[in-house]
Write a protein that binds this ligand. Structure first.
Ligand SMILES: Cc1cc2nc3c(=O)[nH]c(=O)nc-3n(C[C@H](O)[C@H](O)[C@H](O)COP(=O)(O)OP(=O)(O)OC[C@H]3O[C@@H](n4cnc5c(N)ncnc54)[C@H](O)[C@@H]3O)c2cc1C
Length: 1074
């Protein structure tokens, strides 16, 4: 008995369903398949939708094709929702037309041979002809007032004559030329290069493109092309978008490929497939339910139902050629509930957005000036197109709060209420831009009446001029959509006989739908397409890669020469310097640089150094890394990391991570700033790099320093061994000296604002939830016994949560100050109020807090109010020097606590700080200060140079040495140092925990508008500091000062806060004594 043909149901008769049906029906081995296509509308084609409009009566009607087998009562689930009453949906293609009638395509309209290889071959195979069309673009903002131009002609470029005198218009033209010439270079970078992972918003910022370029061209065009919100466009992966533009030759404005439109409209091809499918093309048959039948041998089949619970039969395979939301609905209807929930979840991630489509003749929805009319016209509102640069009230570019974080601060876009309003362009997803197609030009109409198709217009066209209004959905290429699509392709395609195709599998165009349909059909019948390259084992033609071709065309002799002189020469020179320097500087441990050309550079002697005995491997993506380091030394390394020029690779095995650092759970395999999720970067790995540097830095300096070197070290010495970097370091230092200002006249305010006013919400992502303290915690910690007697302890083991540790810290500060109920406390630099609240609530004192951060004060006051402590706490935004000069504050406070505020004071102003405390502290008062300190041996050099922290993270900050503090205290006050605790190792753990929490909230941080660069800066900052404390080359000290003879201060004996040494067992001691 011959094998039964495989029964296959295709749900959806758009281009994907039609392509799959055609291939299975015409190319499969005879009698091997029995294919049925089910379409809910009364015609096949989906978005390939031809209608006849009567320009005199202002009516329209559909063509009908397929086998409308007695299901005429079935209503469409997708298209034609609000058709005009006059429409006659039963008219066949053959019906005679009057002279006012004209056929137009509402959905699929244009294609070109280069980018639509499968579709054009398919059309050829079916004898469907195309005719040439014009694909000129126009942009009109604010009804032509802000800008109005078209690529249709030179006259069109200056359609609005006022543009000729607007400088920003020329900036846009210049940037557009630059973008067209250079954007393709991104595609030459290796796949794992972090610069390839950025969003288009980040790319525009990073590359310095103007606002005019974004809003006069790129953003409206992209939003119109994908019916996407500006937010979605800006979140689109830059490399995918540029690849798309290269492939579609959109990087040349005038010399674009010849586009075609189906001759006789798309009904020509949809009807051909309808004829081929004959009775098996079931139109007006929506599939509403599916039942999975699992057979004894584990194989599956599916029974499909249309409305009224009418069975359509049982099928071995089901191809979902409808949109993902409909596929989800059908799969969810399975009564056996055996369809894989992970499949449904993946499909659910693929987002579609509805679009209101008007077919009309109202020119009000076109550019104001006829010279600016293009074939597709993007009509926008500039107020909503301001995308990647946030402006302040004065219209100036907002001052960057921190270097390298421009887009992080500027990329905030207000959310669109997608549930209620997104159908209207005016308020919804497309409120920034809509598109009007000029059908006469696009589809070579012979009528003299202008016919337009507008998607999501901001105002509806004049009702008298409307032929119809309908809803058409488009895939939204968000991060979720891309993830979901990848999951379907990798894990679920064809599993248990379920297949998925649709334009969402590619860029959302007809070729994408077509290819997706063919891919599924050829995977089922294993027969290649007639036009595929069978010798290469191809089943379907792949997406054409024209990007390289476009780039090579642009790669002229002068461009190559420029690249040689401005990139390759400096890289070669600097690489030689850096390699020589690293050979001398890294003598212990091992540093491996993995370069783009596959070569490895290794430095060190492989002895244990840094965090562990494994080499630290840095993957260098961009050789400009060498230029950065050679010219700016350690700041260059930081800036190179911020720009994504290198990452530190993960260790191979979990066990390889030293227990002191811990395994970066949830941080490895996670990408910093990758919108699509590919590259592996883990911030914790940077700590290993810094520890290796620290381990090497101090070798050889012991015993060789004279006091002269000690005091006269400077920025030149800092970069010793790296000749050209001395100049860069000097320049950085000079810039720092000239521009950095810690004065009370505003310099301090500006510096504090730059870090602490970034966003309260950002700090909340990583600080402990209860105290919101932004300073070292004090953990319950136990020193680990050494592996061998006589050796140092390998480190501290920390117990408990960050929250518990911060409470312990607050108690320690109050305890060191020996606060008593009813006393007055001045909290200098009160942060988000954690200490003030604790002191008032637990110790019953009256607190005055001063700060320079407006954002912090606002949140701190909110917290005080919530606690009902308003009567005990008063906060003020004021400089400590001004506060101390006020008459009413003289000798007023029993206690002063300043927790990690002294770092913002600056070396020259340390004395002023002690002077200020001297003024406000009662005679028997106590000052407790928590300070991050620099070792004495490096202090003088540190004072004469710049670093990552004081230049990028905390502008103008300085971590004083203990000696500098004591020196300032005795010169400017009568205070003496009474007691010291060193909590530096606790700080390493606090920073590690902040980093873990911050990276765990990456999605939230991104939603706040912070970008890839910001994420890298923040990780560099947290790991850089962690390494300083972990290596014990930076300390965090709690210092107690008071005046001599102060009986109110009981001398203390404990000097290591809450840290115990775990005792040895008796056996261990005995073994050692033996
Ligand atoms: C206004 C507009 C203009 C466009 N212009 C172009 C262009 O010029 N060039 C280009 O390349 N692309 C263009 N596109 C993109 C075009 O939409 C896609 O290229 C493609 O047609 C989508 O095909 P599809 O098969 O994925 O989906 P669709 O064409 O939407 O097909 C899905 C089908 O599934 C059916 N269906 C849904 N649910 C069920 C169910 N439960 N049971 C049975 N059937 C169901 C629907 O009725 C529909 O017919 C345009 C899109 C729009 C909106």
């Amino acid at each position: 008995m011959p094998d039964q043909p495989k029964s296959i149901a295709i749900v959806g008769g758009g281009v994907s369903g039609l392509a799959a049906a055609w291939h299975l029906q015409t190319q499969s081995t005879p009698n091997s398949v029995d294919v049925h296509i089910y379409e809910s509308a009364s015609r096949l084609g989906g978005h390939a939708h031809t209608i006849t409009v009567d320009t005199e009566k202002m009516t329209s009607r559909d063509y009908v094709n397929g086998n409308n087998g007695g299901n005429s009562n079935v209503t469409s689930t997708n298209a034609v929702e609000e058709e005009k009453k006059e429409e006659d949906a039963s008219t066949k293609a053959t019906q005679k037309k009057n002279k006012h009638e004209v056929d137009i395509d509402v959905g699929f309209m244009v294609y070109n041979n280069a980018n639509y290889p499968n579709m054009t071959n398919w059309f050829k195979e079916m004898g469907v002809q195309g005719e040439e069309t014009d694909m000129s673009l126009s942009i009109s903002l604010d009804q032509g007032k802000t800008v109005e131009w078209s690529s249709h002609s030179l006259q069109g470029i200056f359609a609005n004559p006022m543009q000729a005198i607007k400088p920003e218009f020329y900036t846009f033209l210049r940037d557009m030329m630059h973008f067209n010439n250079h954007a393709g270079e991104l595609l030459l970078l290796p796949e794992d290069h972090p610069s390839r992972q950025v969003t288009i918003g980040e790319y525009l910022n990073k590359e310095g493109y103007s606002e005019a370029f974004a809003s006069f061209y790129l953003v409206p065009m992209m939003a119109a092309l994908w019916s996407a919100s500006v937010e979605n466009v800006m979140a689109f992966p830059a490399s995918s978008l540029i690849e798309f533009m290269c492939n579609h030759r959109m990087l040349q404005l005038f010399d674009r490929p010849q586009w075609n439109t189906p001759a006789g409209r798309s009904i020509q091809y949809t009807s051909r497939v309808a004829d081929i499918m004959g009775k098996n093309a079931h139109t007006s048959t929506p599939i509403v339910k599916l039942n999975k039948i699992t057979k004894g041998d584990g194989s599956c089949s599916y029974e499909l139902f249309t409305s009224d619970d009418k069975s359509c039969g049982v099928f071995d395979d089901v191809i979902f050629a409808c949109h993902s939301p409909q596929a989800v609905e059908i799969l969810n209807s399975d009564e056996s509930k055996t369809v894989d929930p992970n499949l449904i979840q993946a499909l659910d991630k693929i987002e579609y957005g509805d679009n209101v489509v008007y077919v009309h003749s109202d020119p009000a929805l076109m550019p104001k000036r006829k010279a600016a009319w293009g074939s597709w016209n993007c009509m926008g509102k500039s107020e909503f197109l301001s995308t990647h640069r946030q402006k302040d009230g004065s219209g100036n570019k907002k001052k960057e709060a921190m270097e390298g974080a421009a887009s992080g601060f500027g990329n905030k876009l207000s959310k669109v209420d997608s549930d209620t309003q997104h159908l209207e362009g005016e308020n919804g997803r497309m409120r920034a831009v809509y598109v009007t197609y000029y059908i006469n030009r696009l589809q070579n109409l012979t009528t003299s009446t202008d016919v337009f198709v507008s998607l999501n217009p901001h105002t509806a066209p004049n009702p008298e001029m409307v032929y119809r209004r309908q809803i058409m959905a488009h895939p939204q290429f968000t991060r979720e959509t891309l993830d979901g699509r990848q999951e379907i392709k990798d894990k679920f395609q064809g599993k248990d006989g379920l297949w998925f195709c649709g334009a969402y599998m590619g860029h959302g165009f007809h070729e994408d739908g077509c290819r997706a349909g063919f891919e599924v059909a050829t995977a089922i019948n294993q027969v290649p397409l007639p036009w595929a390259n069978k010798d290469d084992g191809q089943l379907v033609l792949p997406t054409p890669d024209l990007a390289k071709f476009t780039f090579e065309q642009n790669n002229t002799f002068f461009r190559r020469l420029k690249h040689f002189l401005t990139y390759r020469v400096p890289v070669a020179v600097c690489k030689a310097f850096v390699v020589r320097f690293l050979k001398a500087a890294i003598t212990k441990g091992e540093l491996v640089l993995k370069l783009n050309d596959g070569s490895l550079l290794s430095f060190g002697d492989s002895s244990p150094c840094g965090a562990d005995a494994h080499p630290v491997t840095a993957r260098v993506f961009d050789d400009w890394f060498f230029v950065k380091i050679a010219t700016e030394y350690d700041l260059g390394l930081a800036r190179s990391y911020m720009s994504g020029q290198f990452v530190v690779e993960a260790l191979e095995k979990k066990e390889d991570y030293p227990w002191t650092l811990g395994f970066p759970e949830g941080e490895v395999n996670k990408v910093l700033g990758d919108p699509v999720g590919r590259v592996v970067v883990a911030a914790v790995l940077l700590t290993r790099l810094f520890l290796l540097f620290v381990g090497n830095r101090d070798i050889g300096t012991v015993g060789v320093r004279s006091s002269k070197q000690h005091t006269h070290g400077n920025a030149l010495a800092n970069a010793s061994g790296l000749a050209i970097s001395k100049i860069g370091s000097m320049l950085n230092y000079l810039k720092f000296k000239i521009f950095m200002d810690n004065s009370e006249k505003g310099g301090s305010l500006k510096n504090i604002h730059a870090h602490y006013d970034i966003s309260n919400d950002l700090f909340r992502t990583f600080l402990d939830k209860e105290t919101l303290m932004y300073s070292s915690a004090i953990y319950d910690a136990v020193a680990q016994p050494p592996a061998l007697m006589g050796q140092p302890s390998p480190g501290l083991r920390f117990k408990g949560t960050l929250e518990e540790a911060q409470w312990r810290k607050l108690d320690t500060l109050c305890d060191r100050a020996q606060i008593l109920p009813g006393q007055t406390l001045l909290d200098i630099g009160f942060g988000w109020g954690g200490l003030s609240i604790h002191a008032a609530k637990k110790y019953g004192c009256k607190v005055t807090g001063i700060t320079l951060s407006v954002e912090q004060k606002a949140l701190a006051e909110e917290r005080v109010e919530k606690e009902g402590l308003g009567h005990l706490i008063n906060f003020e935004v004021v400089d400590y020097r001004i506060f101390a000069r006020r008459q009413d504050n003289q000798g007023k406070f029993d206690r002063v606590i300043s927790c990690e505020m002294i770092e913002a004071v600056g070396h020259e102003h340390l004395g002023e700080f002690f002077w200020a405390v001297e003024q406000v502290l009662k005679y028997d008062g106590v000052l407790v200060m928590e300070a991050i300190t620099t070792p004495e041996a490096r202090y003088e050099t540190y004072l004469r140079s710049t670093d990552f922290i004081n230049t990028i993270i905390f502008p103008g900050s300085l971590c004083p040495s203990l000696h500098a503090l004591v020196d300032a205290s005795y010169k400017w006050s009568t205070l003496s140092l009474e007691h010291i605790d060193n909590i530096g190792l606790h700080y390493a753990e606090t920073l590690a925990e902040w980093r873990r929490r911050f990276n765990g909230k990456e999605d939230v941080v991104r939603k706040m508008g912070f970008d890839d660069v910001f994420l890298r800066v923040w990780n560099y900052y947290l790991t850089y500091c962690e390494a300083g404390f972990r290596s014990q080359t930076e300390n965090c000290l709690i210092l107690v000062f008071s005046r001599p003879g102060n009986k109110a201060l009981m001398p203390l004996c404990e000097s290591r806060a809450v840290t115990q040494m775990e005792s040895f067992t008796e056996e261990e001691v005995e073994a050692w004594l033996e």
